[in-house]
Ligand binder design. Structure first.
Ligand SMILES: Nc1ncnc2c1ncn2[C@@H]1O[C@H](COP(=O)(O)OP(=O)(O)O)[C@@H](O)[C@H]1O
Ligand SMILES: [Mg+2]
Length: 276
């Protein structure tokens, strides 16, 4: 008789949180930009952050990436209370978080290949970036990342020769090389048309999934929410206005969230039944 099959016990550890925000207020002078905010973002989650301009989205991203610190409360990024980190450990945390902006992601006087390999270093130390090119292995690394974002032929181009969409692809290739544990993208597609925006968001999600990274994207193009993000956090006046699935955001809520900016979103063009 056959020995009973040994099945390993199912190990299910709950996913740790990538980010925890506890009672965070951030003020600039007398302006409370974030107000007693509480949030946690599970490791590996794909989250969109939305809200009208001035709501505090960029401030939130800067707190999470430890380039800014709370006035009150605690920000725990990848297991570290950001305010307690200094020097080498602070730099190590920042290296673990890939950041991408609306534009100006690339160093203009460096070729694409150098820009991509910057991700390997995690900081902007030029001599080493140039030196790294003497290793064919590094070159292959850059080439593979560019292949992944479908612009391998731009390896030796200067950033100024590229379109906005291509520049964002280079920035994503750099993220691939950096292999961060979290990616924070602050309006990465605001300068692109809808089609290119969709492609860039798709790439970001693919890159995040591939590396198992948590992804937060600050987004203005709301028709990119559905099918791409599992969770939407809407901020208004420094507070959480909505936190849930994209499917549960209706036109009524969006109108309340965006106020005067609502008309510019053209919600009726992509949300069935929404009044213009
Ligand atoms: N470094 C700063 N100094 C002073 N005020 C700031 C600073 N950064 C942001 N703010 C203010 O915080 C508010 C929210 O800004 P921000 O986080 O950039 O909003 P969002 O990204 O949602 O548009 C704005 O009123 C802005 O003027
Ligand atoms: Mg902003």
């Amino acid at each position: 008789m056959d020995a009973p099959l040994q099945t390993p016990p199912a190990v299910s550890t709950p996913p740790a949180d990538a980010f925890v925000i506890q009672g965070v207020t951030r003020s600039f002078g007398r302006n409370d930009v974030l107000r007693d905010l509480n949030l946690s973002i599970g490791a590996g989650q794909t989250v969109a952050v939305i809200g009208p301009s001035g709501a505090g989205k960029t401030t939130l991203f800067r707190l999470l990436s430890a380039f800014l610190f709370p006035t009150a409360g605690r920000v725990v990024s990848l297991g570290h209370d950001t305010q307690r980190l200094r020097g080498r450990r602070l730099r190590a945390l920042r290296r673990d978080i890939g950041v991408i902006y609306q534009n100006d992601n690339l160093v203009p006087h460096l070729r694409v290949v150098h820009n991509v390999l910057m991700g390997r270093l995690g900081h902007w130390w030029l001599p080493q970036a140039l030196f790294s090119l003497f290793w064919p292995l590094q070159l292959e690394h850059a080439r593979a990342a560019l292949r992944e974002v479908e612009i391998e032929d731009k390896l030796w181009a200067m950033p100024g020769e590229l379109s906005g969409g291509q520049q964002q692809r280079v920035a994503i290739a750099r993220l691939l090389v950096q292999n961060p544990r979290a990616i924070l993208a602050d309006e990465p597609v605001s300068q692109l048309d809808v089609r290119l925006g969709r492609e860039v968001i798709g790439l970001l999600i693919r890159v995040a999934r591939k590396g198992g990274a948590t992804l937060l994207v600050n987004l203005h193009t709301l028709d990119l929410l559905r099918g791409n993000f599992e969770r939407v956090i809407a901020l208004r006046e420094g507070r959480v206005f909505f936190d849930g699935r994209p499917e549960d955001l209706d036109a009524e809520k969006l109108r309340e969230l965006y106020g005067a900016e609502y008309r510019d979103l053209h919600v009726s063009e992509w949300l069935p039944g929404a009044a213009p």
